[in-house]
Ligand binder design. Structure first.
Ligand SMILES: [Zn+2]
Length: 241
């Protein structure tokens, strides 16, 4: 089975790079994109799947468009650019349940939503320190809890990578150009320097685990697997596979 992957820009924030790279890059402002990844199966069942749904509060600062020539779109409009509506989506996979990755989940009521069971528990009973969880984003949805690594569909599997959050999962997708891994943890290409180890995500539940898990992603990249960091701006305009 083979898919194409199209990153849809459904929001953007202006933040400090240190949010991505633990103890590195502080003081550097960056545009932080929020992607919903559109997976479209070639042949087979012709499945259409969304990985992450962006922030419910739509954000597109005018300065972002001036700086980059890019424009974030509402989820509806982003899908429409590809001739799709919410009804065409067969399933949603959430890498994790921070608000910038599941804020538009309520639009997909009635669709199966795949998320790690551990992450569901975090979202339903959030620690006060982690303000990014909002239980209403997963209410009244057809949630399919996943326990650890699993194949969800032919050609699409998830890998538990705890550290950024307890239940974060990376998503591995087969394409005509080989496997592509959507990181699951919040990072950008600055987390993957050409020399030396990968840099731990700046936001984490357990920095040691997050460090270990991002080394595994870097090892995949070193083997030739394409890695798509969740908040990498240079994914704009690309189609993978
Ligand atoms: Zn994020």
């Amino acid at each position: 089975m083979s898919y194409t992957i199209t990153p849809l820009l459904v929001g953007v924030r202006n933040v400090d790079q240190g949010i991505m790279t633990y103890q590195q890059g502080y003081g550097k402002r960056i545009w932080l994109p929020m992607w919903a990844f559109l997976l479209q199966e070639k042949g087979g069942e012709g499945r259409t799947i969304i990985v992450d749904t962006g922030l419910d509060d739509f954000i597109n600062p005018p300065e972002f468009t001036e700086d980059t020539g890019l424009e974030a779109l509402y989820m509806d409009d982003a899908l429409a650019q590809h001739g799709l509506t919410v009804d065409d989506i067969d399933a949603v996979i959430n890498t994790h349940l921070h608000d910038d990755h599941c804020g538009n989940n309520p639009m997909f009521e009635g669709k199966p939503v795949y998320v790690q069971r551990t992450e569901l528990e975090c979202c339903q009973h959030p620690h006060p320190l982690d303000y990014r969880y909002e239980p209403s984003f997963i209410e009244d949805l057809d949630i399919h809890p996943v326990d650890g690594d699993a194949e969800l569909f032919p050609g699409i599997s998830v890998m538990a990578t705890p550290g950024h959050t307890p239940g974060v999962q990376a998503v591995k997708v087969e394409t005509d150009d080989g496997p592509v891994v959507i990181t699951g943890m919040c990072c950008n290409f600055s987390n993957f320097p050409n020399n030396g180890p990968a840099v731990c995500p700046g936001v984490h539940f357990n920095a040691f685990n997050a460090y270990d898990e991002i080394q595994k992603l870097k090892a995949l990249r070193d083997e030739g697997v394409t890695i798509l960091p969740l908040h990498e701006l240079s994914l704009a305009g690309k189609v993978y596979g």
